[in-house]
Write a protein that binds this ligand. Sequence first.
Ligand code: BGC
Length: 824
Amino acid sequence: MFETYASKTKEIRPFEPESAAVARTIAGESIVLLKNDDVLPLAEGAAIALYGEGAACTVKGGVGSGEVNARETVSIREGLENAGFSVLTASWLDDYKSLLEREHTAYLARMRDKAGFLNFKIIHELLSEPFKNPEGMKITEQYLTRDTDTCMYVLTRQAGEEMDRKPEAGDFLLTATEIENIRTCVEQYQNVILVINVGGYLDLTPVEDLPIDAILFFCQQGSEGGNALADVVRGAVTPSGHLSSTWPKCYEDVPFGGTFSTLNGNVDSDEYKEGIYVGYRYYDSFDVEPRWPFGFGLSYTTFEQDAAVRVEGTDIALDVTVTNVGTVSGKEVVQVYVSCPAGKLDKEYQKLAGFAKTGKLRPGASETLSVRFPLKEMASFDESRSVFLLEAGDYAVFTGNSSRNTKAAAVLTLAEDVTVSEHAAICPKQTPFEELKAPAQTLVLDASVPRLPVDPGAFETVRYTYEKNDPAESAAIEQELGKLKDTELHSLCVGSGVDIALPKHHDFIVPGACGYSTGDLEKKGIPSISFCDGPAGLRLFDESVITGNTVRMTKPVMESFAILPTFMRSVIVKKPKEGKMLYQYATAFPVGMALAQTWSLDLAERFGKAVQTEMEAFGAEFWLAPGMNIHRNPLCGRNYEYYSEDPLLSGSMAAAVAGGVQSRPGFGVTMKHFCCNNQEINRMHVSENLSPRALREIYLKNFYYGVTRGNPKAIMTSYNKINGVYAAENHDTVTKVLRNEWGFTGLVMTDWTTDAYLLDSAKAMKAGVDLMMPGIGSDHKQIKKALASGELSAAELRRNASHVLRAITETRLYQRNYGGNNNG
Ligand code: BGC
């Protein structure tokens, strides 16, 4: 029989209120105030006419692996009522709930019919069509109230794994009913607040000229979202969230958006013709006005920023004094951008170089924030020599509170070109295509802006070597490895399946973990450790039942499971009466995009610590998060899980979250999906075709920051190909860049079922991927065959196995049971 930390009762566990408080604080700081014509905050206890798909049926997060089975979720309606507002439109909201229930039943029936024709790939297939909130009824006379002049309308969308959003009504575009309803609201009510409950953006063109008084980008905020919104609406929290990506006016403005995902009918490959011009790097360089720029967010108060810049060797140090010159307390974000000189290489108008957030400042109060960045991080990649290069010229440093609201703080002058680092050429393009190039811009800056020379001689060129540079394993690991036969070594490199078909021999389980390392070696003192999904918290079974020697879910943990054919359901879903019940209520935290909108590394770390506490309570060892792919296109189905279009913001957030989770020994994060996982439809086969420059400056750079600053214990490869080579078989990215250049020594695993659909496991292992997840029989066969033919060497096998073994021995489970050191 196995051991588990799941509870036998539904009693609230001590971490739950603490996690809820963290989730509420993050949510409050991440909501972005996009417009406010003096309507917010509302008076305490005000009466509100509340409408819209997300009002009573608020979407807390996306679907798929990012979903968290929380004890409860506070909707916007409940949050407002908890805070003492009176919601006067119960009739519309109740009718909407009934409509949603009817539509949900019809959806399940539709999907069940479809499921009849599908085979075992069903889970992947069905993930792609999640249930979406219906648009709702028109706001007709019967739903209006004369007892308030304040109205709130909540727009909602849903997205997730295996699907991309579409530039269609009901998705990126508003529906006719939504437009009409918003128009009715502005006609009937004096004050109208639009709330956007979407883990991404929408085209708001049809309502842009309507007199909407306030717009809040609520995003998707987990269990405490409704309470957090109420905190902002009543002014208990002054908004301090800022957008983590650019909000375009319309989809047509997105560079090369027309070839994304299904839009040009080719889901097999995408050419990144925009090159490095992703997000604000494009909008700012090509003078395309966004609806709201990168980094934008309003407050109930106003701040002034005053920056002083120093050059310290090759680092740039700023002291930015922020003063609250308004009338209420609040927090401000300082963003530092650098415009690099165009030379041989074309350059983006500016890029984010650093950021920081103040504490809560009273009116009149000031705080001086330090922001520091190495100038070499601003270098551009010169493909002709495969080097990162700082070209001679003027580097203008700007500070402000959005990419389009900045002031020049200094001009750094570099008299000569500096080669920052020399690299192996990686991931060559398979077929040539033209990339966008920005015209050189001439910056005209005030003569009063200080000019500060940077000494080119102060830089040292880093020359990478691509030799085997794995550090020697500890004597203890070497000794353990020495005890294992070859077949046992490759067992270490193959996971032991998903939880829905849990193998017998696991001593310790976390119901709902989505995989374990091998259980074959438990008798030898090597435990099978759990990998639990994220990133918005831990995705576990909230309620499960012990039947015999197994644990089964009592209700479908993902909607897609609800529609599995009956024979499959009966294996994986059991009724409570069939055994003893177990409970695990994890907290649904705000999604990754929301977290990034706080621009607070402190909060990201607190979030990580809260997740670690829950991991400890449930006995989880590795968390399959944070997700940190770049928001390349606003339609990517998983953008909500990820942080930003900017590599620095994205990587810094991931590093801070990792710092929190790994602040206690025994727990690990898994940064994912490495890399270029930017399209969900056909994510298993699409080739993301891009220049080595775009790869290095954007899609690897986020992981560079995450890995080098956050020191994650694990990395998960993505499904897609990078210039024709699967990410999980990609020696260039996994070994040359991740291990050789960045010095990563942890565990690299595949994304789930990569082994079933794509991969030759031996090829992956040769490329440097250590662990095939969730692990299937053919992995063993492929490894055995490759060893026999010499395609995979014994040394390579031993290297990969040692990474897995080290990861296992560092877990709390191992330490507690076998290592003689109880960290719990
Ligand atoms: C997702 C991963 C996730 C894994 C395990 C995959 O489909 O892409 O993000 O961690 O499943 O659930």
